[in-house]
Design a protein around this ligand. Structure first.
Ligand code: C5P
Length: 241
């Protein structure tokens, strides 16, 4: 099944965070990698992977900068976000129109390969209502306890990525529910689970790294350079690590 056979998929790119851990003098989503701002890379990755339109959620103070970045692009709409990520997702949901499926993606993951976006969309088309791309955890992991720490069997763990994909009506209900109940959620599948909805996992990719700290920018620059020369690990269709 090609993603073109699937009914239109809207996408939300949340980009309204300050990204203070990155130490840049602009919001993280405006930081450029290989000369292109993270938010533009992220929106284009979703469109390449099968989204038909994108709502970008921007910080209020930088709204005009974001509008300039996407000027003339009818498939991209810019709205202003809120104090917490979940507030920004809610703002995005109000702007997606009547799409049946919605992807929610962090601008902080600009290198998500098209094949991962397609996997999420295809799971939705096959009947899943809440879909999360994940990767195995490569480090050994310990939980801090009252008595010191305890190792956790990493073979049972998965690191969660975006874009997460949803039945749009479910995600609207889930975010209304967490807002009403005053629950804090770090991702959107958790909001759906608070309504009792099961989460379907699909294979993510290590290329879809989350840019958080200055070190991540160094890795991101070399990924961007590898993509430009098409000699590195970032080309679509290659095996995931
Ligand atoms: O803070 P963290 O890196 O987990 O944020 C994940 C994503 O959520 C980022 O792309 C960030 O811009 C976005 N975000 C948002 N609105 C907020 C906080 C974070 O859109 N209030």
């Amino acid at each position: 099944m090609s993603t073109h056979d699937i009914e239109p998929v809207a996408a939300i790119v949340v980009a309204a965070g300050s990204g203070s851990r990155l130490g840049a003098d602009v919001p993280k989503a405006l930081v450029a990698i290989g000369g292109v701002p993270l938010v533009v890379l992220a929106a284009d990755a979703l469109l390449t992977g099968g989204a038909s339109r994108v709502v970008v959620v921007a910080p209020a103070a930088q709204r005009d900068d974001f509008l300039r970045l996407f000027a003339g692009r009818d498939e991209v709409r810019v709205v202003v976000g809120g104090a917490q990520r979940q507030d920004s997702v809610r703002q995005g949901l109000e702007a997606i129109g009547d799409a049946r499926f919605v992807l929610v993606h962090d601008a902080a993951r600009p290198f998500v390969p098209a094949r991962v976006v397609r996997r999420v969309v295809e799971a939705l088309a096959a009947g899943a209502r809440s879909v999360v791309p994940v990767v195995p955890v490569v480090d050994s992991v310990r939980a801090i306890t009252d008595f010191g720490s305890a190792v956790i069997d990493r073979s049972t763990l998965r690191a969660v990525q975006t874009p997460q994909g949803f039945d749009a009506e479910l995600l609207r209900r889930a975010h209304a529910h967490v807002a009403e109940q005053g629950l804090a959620v770090t991702d959107d599948a958790s909001a759906c689970e608070a309504l009792g909805e099961a989460t379907v996992l699909v294979e993510g990719s290590r290329e879809s790294l989350k840019i958080t700290e200055p070190f991540d920018l160094v890795v991101a620059e070399s990924l961007a350079a590898a993509r430009q020369t098409d000699s590195g690990p970032a080309g679509d269709g290659r095996a995931d690590a």
